[in-house]
Structures are given as C-alpha cells and as structure tokens.
Design a protein around this ligand. Sequence first.
Ligand SMILES: [Zn+2]
Length: 313
Amino acid sequence: MNIRLSLTALLFAFLVVPPIVAQDLGPHFRKIKDGIYIQTSRPVSESTERQATSNGGIIVTSEGIVLVDSGQTAIDSREIAEAAKKLSPLPVRFIINTETHQDHSYGHWLFSPPAVVINTEGAGKEMRESFNPNRAAEQSRQSPQMAEALKDFRLVPPQLEFGDKLTLHVGERTLELLNLGTTHSLANAAVWLPNERVLFAASVAVENQINTIRPHTNIPDMLAMMKMMKALNPEVVIPGHGAPTTTKMFDFYSGYLETLVDRVGKLMRDGKSLDQIKQELRMPEYENFIGYKERIANNIEAAHRAIQGGYRP
Ligand SMILES: [Zn+2]
C-alpha cells in the first residue's frame, strides 16, 4: 500500500513538474551535466560555414543563468534565449564571452541589459574596431527568418573586462574565468567549473580539424594555454567549435603544432626559404583533416614566425 502510494506520488510529481531533458530544448541542445547544457555546434554538412558552427553554453544556477557565448547567428541566439526560458524562470545574469569574433558574441544584445557581458582586457576595443556596421543588413538578405531574428540587433561589447583571472560565484556554482591571451582572437577566455569539472575551452584548440593562426597569435602561447587547461584535469571539454570532448583535443592540437614547428624548423636549418618550405613541407598524418589544405600555408607562416622569434620546442 505504502509502496503504491509513493509510486503514485512519484508519478504525480513527474506529471506536474516534468524534468527538463535536453530533448525538450530542441534538437540543437545537449545536456552536459545537471543544469549545464550546450547548443551544440552543427557539423560542416549542416553548416553553411567551412567549419563547424560555434557552441553556446547555458549554465543554470539558483540565482539565475550564466551563458557562455551567445550563438553562431541571431537565429541560434534566439534559440538559446528560448532554451534559457525553459530551463529557469530567472534571468540571464552573465554572459562569458570566450572570444571577440561575431560567431560567439553578436547575440549579446538579446540578453544585455540586464545580463553583464564579460571577456578579457581589450575585448571591447577589438569588437568596436572590427565591427562591420553593414553586416546585419547583409545577413538579413539571407532569409526572412534571419531578417526577423536580427531585428533590433546592436553590438554589445563586454561591460566587464578582467586581467589574469576572475572568479564568479553565482548561486551554488563557482566559475573560474581564465585569460587565454591572444591565442585565437585578440581576447579569449576559458571557463572552468572546478566542482563539475567542466571546461569551456574557447577556440585555441580544435579537434580533428586545422584552424587559422592569425598574425597576433603565437604558437608557443597556444601550446602553453593548452598545457595549462589540460593540467586542470577536466572531465568534459567543450571547445568553441566542435563536439564536446576531453583533454584528448589538447593532445591532438598540441601534437599537430609541435610536429609542424619541428618540420618547419628542420627545413629552416636546411636553409630553405619560407616559400620553399610551403612547397616542400609534408604533414601526411594531418592532410585529410578539415581545413588543412586551406590553412597549412598560414600555419607554416606562424611556425616560421615562432622559430624566428627564438622558439625551440
Ligand atoms: Zn573565432
């Protein structure tokens, strides 16, 4: 009798307060841990971009929601806003921006104010300076859906910028924000949840693909940041782009960069010019990864720059 009663009570509780599963948030969302969800990046096949779209994080706390980035496009940003509303009646309190590029940061206006946007020092300056005022109008021409999603768009640079590290205490959660320097865009932040052992690793590393290394980015700094993040010993690693993974992403990308620097260095010692190195360098282990063909020349330049700057692996 007692068992039947409690079973009935349990069933009733489920009917009245259905548990939120990621499925209820739509096909683009995935549960990482209790109260931690991501809008998953779509693979290249589903994306108009050459690269997988960006991940957005939703972290639910007893004192409101924290977002990690705000969506690849305005359509994604509005999906994140809908999902956040389903997950909690409380507002989005903070948006931690992992980089300045538009595919991580142009959705901020939907949430801020009241949300406070956070990135590292220099992020706001970079976002203002690189802002293309015609972009929203150009994107709106893609589809009526995109035009609707972009209604009232405006650029919202971070209101809060930090130096080396910033710790956020929101409700029961602790979030450690780590400055990744200029290792991808001109300002990049990782988000480490030490209790949940979840790391949002920004875009310094990607897995099973090859990324562009911009002139302001140094390979030695990239390797140092990957080493630092791996040492945190996270259980789940969520990259800026690509499927949730583990520290094996850092092993893949560090391995690639170390091999690249090693081979470029060898050709430099043989007296080869940069152009000759671009012609002669072979990376058979990596040639079939997404982005390799388009980006290897750019990556060779970065390796060459690092070695000329005195870097010895
Ligand atoms: Zn980027």
